[in-house]
Design a protein around this ligand. Sequence first.
Ligand code: NAD
Length: 485
Amino acid sequence: MTHPAQPKASHFINGEYVEDTAGTPIPVIYAATGEQIATVHAATPAIVEQALSTAKAAQKAWAKMTGTERGRILRRAADIMRTRNRDLSVLETYDTGKPLQETLVADATSGADALEYFGGLAGSLTGEHIPMGEDWVYTVREALGLCVGIGAWNYPTQIACWKGAPALACGNSMVFKPSETTPLCALKVAEILHEAGLPAGVFNVVQGMGEVGGALVTDPRVDKVSLTGSVPTGKKVYAAAAAGMKHVTMELGGKSPLIIFDDADVENAVGGAINGNFYSSGQVCSNGTRVFVQKGIKEKFLARLAERTGAAVLGDPQDEATNFGPMVTENQMNIVLGYVEKGKAEGARLICGGNRADLPGFFIQPTVFADVTDDMTIAREEIFGPVMSVLDFDTEEEVIARANDTEFGLSAGVFTNDFSRAHRVIGQLEAGSCFINSYNDAPVEAPFGGVKASGVGRENSKEAIKHFSQVKSVYVRMGDVEAAF
Ligand code: NAD
């Protein structure tokens, strides 16, 4: 019997599901059991061509609609997503393995927020009038044209919406390629947008590995590439886009610091560290995986952290009582277990976890290492799994220097009850998305993105509009033209 997660076809192009079984089969494995639940096929060159030419052709008419009309469609799609939240969450759980307890509140709901927010902004995208004496200049905020979105596997619905909603609000069309690991959810986003009235061809989904991503990025018809992925992929995609002078947004990896001062509320700090390391089983780019704890509070913090981490419920992710799911793939599980072994070998003190869980599927116990030093592998490299490193510090000055000593710069957090210190420290941390007495909040109203190797550009908020549009200026002369000859 066909599993309910199996999509009607692999791709969604020009307003309908499209199949080409000549493409390499991509198995979809349910991370909680290891069983294959669906198959899609990577896009063949013919499918890539169909998606790009359709999106290119559809964009001009879409941009000519008023912003209010475009926005109405996006907001209608948001409503449909909310109505179907449970079904979409169940699918997200099959696609990623994340527990339903999370997906019910973090995925389709966050996608719907993006559609609603950018739908609301679409009618207010205007230029300026700049007086120049008798003459004047006016500016027009224009769409970029055809945009490509490429997603990572941790938030397949959210990533499709975070890229699609602002792109479409500005009058662009999009070809979106989900991660080959989680190909299912973006198809539902495309289906819902079309049900909400989106003209055919404006938002298309094609499947495939890096090769298909590469074909999209290098096509001369493409004006912008927005990638969510790792730093090595980001460097390749950025370079390929530069060769065609295309706009880019790069949402990449991190190894973010979370700094806890002696005067912090311990329960809140432990809660922040749990949210910043174990949500989605640690598969979150902005996670605060280097937890710097001031020496005076260290043992109290570790004791409560171990106690509360022990309350994690691992198990069937479709059971709403489960709050901690598996790694997305067996390969990812093995990579993370490799880092755990490195942590042990390099002398970090294991506080809890540290092993594969005794369950079917790709579960790793939530793991905490203490006495981690700056030079250890687990403190330097992005692990993208449930492995928290706790490091000690003495002074504010010292911790700022150590927190910034990394190639990454996605996020940073500070827990303290001294508000001047909180703002002083955050002001000096080299990171794009920061938190005070909290961690990992990502509402659509707030800009999201990194500095240094963690990325270029911003998603969400009004900032995203700037990255999916450009400004044309028009000088208007009222009098005669003076010329030298
Ligand atoms: P990845 O870099 O392996 O793949 C990301 C996407 O890029 C996939 O769709 C992949 O098929 C595609 N791709 C790979 N090579 C390509 C190429 N040469 N040209 C075009 N496309 C190519 O990342 P992943 O393993 O799927 O995701 C995990 C990484 O993503 C982590 O580093 C994580 O930090 C990062 N991430 C960042 C954010 C953010 O917003 N900053 C969010 C989620 C994940």
